[in-house]
Design a protein around this ligand. Structure first.
Ligand SMILES: C[S@@+](CC[C@H](N)C(=O)[O-])C[C@H]1O[C@@H](n2cnc3c(N)ncnc32)[C@H](O)[C@@H]1O
Length: 603
């Protein structure tokens, strides 16, 4: 019986080899395709069951994984140290290039059945296979060939729960942008101050300090404890987030130094010996087994790959998915690293301008701590892949050598045009009720229940909009790029600028209430909404909204994807009689070839 199991294994492995070869020549996704081989004895028992049977079951996930293992490490930008042997770490470095569906079950069943035992139904066999797979570690006798060779372990099944699926590149990148635009500041200086602040009683000053902050925002005594705890929880979250970033920075640097150490030793020995010696020395320092070290460093190798391509900001601001992204490595392809390379300077602009102290985290590894980008984030126009940024004024020098732009959080009134009067005001005194949802509006968040545009109002809760000003590649000068997706109906920003009147020959937004008509001019001051270009198939639109009795114009998404340019339709009123050609590039463009159209019409 043991012999027939052995034969089945051998036959199965040969069939596997042929299938893998075929898949390598013509990669295909088969979903849950399964291959079963059985070898049976020719002799049968009284109830006509074979006296011995050996079975092997594979599914396509395993086969693709095997194909992947044959991919040379260099083409995946991995050092071979990052690819643990299957016996050391069956999970890392051994995943299929195209990840099979969640329902796909990976199985490896090598069994010899006794005569007379009923064959299990397919479903129970899958269950059994799973448990066999879970048990298969290097200590399991089943995993050894009769000739003492270790049978290559199959990768563990990936979780069926969809939320535990390996993170994709877009999820990873969204995680970075979410951290960058979140209210959590990565500031090691603050963390150090917090941990140094220990009262003589031994109590962390953190808790005592939070009292002042609670009082300063006018909280009633009734919710004092809750608010105090909120401030404490915020500080702790911020601290732990910063510490997590410190951890990955150090682990990434360790990986880089490991490679340097191997290279140094390899100058006087072979690379294999150099690596072995470096691993042995590290095991001593860490007090870890080689297996533990390999498992950990397989992930750290991922951190180093991300740092090398996306820069330190990509690593420091990576969201919660970083560990799993590096553990599964499903998205570790040349294309991924190309995308990270192209986002490198964009991440840095956001990090340097919104988390001004973040580079101090790199002090711990003697990394570069000098800020590259200062001032307002939108003073830096991000360019195409691999390009650096351009200072905003320079992008207007061809029209105006003295161009400057003042970034505003809210509109200001042109006193020459309006004096102290704000023409947008509809209602002077409260209580204010939202015209759209009929709920109460207040600048005090706890008193406001209007949730029409929570990203903007109440303003005290508004954070920076996840957008960047970018250089368009087709002659429209600058445009606005979404870093994260904006759901349909979500606000991208309020159209903020100089509230004026009587401007002609310039791009202005017209506003109108029952009491007055006014213009909002953004030529020299405003916010990111100034950079929104026209498209004949726009993904956003401007909408009127009244907040606290004052009319606002809001840039609202009609559904914008991450990485997409935000566009609106400037409408016919804008394009009519204008000596410009639309460069939106849409097949349905209404304003291209205008000179030809005009000439034809005139002719
Ligand atoms: C409000 S600004 C938008 C930002 C502008 N691209 C910039 O760099 O400042 C409007 C100007 O952008 C340009 N523009 C916007 N959409 C365009 C389009 N579809 N085709 C050509 N030019 C466009 C026109 O020059 C227009 O006057």
């Amino acid at each position: 019986m043991a012999d027939i199991g052995y034969v089945a294994k051998r036959v199965g492995r040969e069939v596997e080899r042929l299938l893998v070869q075929a898949l390598e020549q013509s990669p295909t996704s088969f979903g849950t395709l399964q291959l079963r081989c059985s070898v049976e004895s020719g002799q049968h028992s009284a109830n006509s069951e074979p006296l011995a049977r050996g079975e092997v079951t594979f599914d396509v996930g395993d086969l693709l994984a095997a194909t992947d293992r044959r991919t040379p490490p260099s083409s995946r930008l991995l050092g071979d140290f990052a690819l643990p042997t299957p016996a050391d770490s069956p999970f890392e470095g051994a995943l299929p290039r195209s990840y099979p569906t969640a329902s796909s079950v990976r199985t490896l069943t090598v069994s010899a059945v006794s005569p007379g035992r009923k064959r299990k139904a397919a479903s129970s066999r899958l269950q059994q296979s799973t448990s066999v797979r879970r048990k298969t570690t290097s200590h399991t006798p089943d995993l050894h060939d009769d000739d003492g060779q270790i049978v290559p372990q199959r990768p563990r099944a990936l979780p069926d729960n969809p939320i535990l699926q390996p993170p994709s590149l877009s999820k990873f990148i969204n995680g970075v942008w979410e951290s960058l635009f979140s209210g959590t500041k990565l500031d090691p200086v603050e963390v150090i101050e917090q941990w140094q602040a220990i009262e003589s009683s031994g109590q962390p000053k953190l808790i005592v300090d939070s009292h002042d902050q609670v009082v300063s925002r006018g909280t009633s005594i009734a919710d004092g404890d809750f608010s105090k705890m909120s401030v404490l929880a915020r500080k702790i979250s911020q601290t732990s987030r910063t510490c997590r970033s410190l951890e990955v920075v150090v682990q990434c640097r360790w990986m880089q130094l490991f490679d340097e150490q191997v290279a140094t030793l390899a100058a006087t020995s072979t690379k294999e010996k150099a690596k072995k010696a470096t691993i042995a020395a590290a095991c001593l320092d860490f007090k870890w087994s080689e297996k533990e070290l390999r498992n950990k460093t397989a992930i750290w190798r991922g951190y180093a790959d991300i740092q090398k391509t996306g820069g330190w900001a990509a690593l420091v601001f990576a969201g919660m998915g970083l560990y799993r992204f590096c553990k599964y490595r499903v998205a570790f392809t040349e294309e991924t690293f190309e995308v990270l390379r192209s986002l490198r300077h964009r991440f840095e602009v956001a990090a340097d301008t919104m988390h001004t102290n973040w580079r101090q985290l790199l002090t711990i590894v003697n990394g570069p701590t000098t800020r590259r980008y200062t001032g307002h984030m939108h003073s830096h126009v991000v360019c195409g892949p691999h390009d650096e940024t351009i200072d905003l004024p320079i992008t207007y020098h061809q029209w105006d050598k003295d161009f400057s732009y003042q970034h505003l959080n809210e509109s200001c009134i042109d006193e020459e045009a309006w004096g102290n009067y704000d023409p947008r005001v509809i209602q002077l005194e409260g209580p204010f009720t939202c015209e759209a949802c009929k709920e109460v509006q207040s600048d005090v968040p706890t008193a406001s229940s209007c949730t029409c545009f929570p990203a903007l109002y109440p303003p005290v809760l508004a954070g920076p909009s996840p957008v960047q000003v970018y250089r368009t590649p087709n002659g429209r000068n600058n445009g606005l790029l979404a870093c994260l997706p904006f759901e349909e109906g979500a606000a991208i920003g309020e159209f903020v600028g100089l509230i004026t009147a009587g401007v002609s020959g310039k791009d202005v937004m017209w506003g109108e209430t029952a009491r007055a008509s006014y213009q909002i001019w953004q030529g020299r001051q405003g916010n990111h909404t100034r950079f929104v270009n026209h498209s004949c198939e726009p993904n956003s639109q401007f909408e009127r909204f009244v907040w606290m009795g004052t009319q606002r114009i809001i840039l609202v998404s009609k559904g914008v994807d991450a990485g997409e340019e935000v566009t609106v339709d400037y409408t016919d009123t804008y394009w009519r009689n204008l000596d410009k050609e639309c460069l939106c590039g849409q097949p349905t463009c209404r304003y291209k070839d205008r000179s030809r159209i005009t000439a034809t019409a005139q002719g």
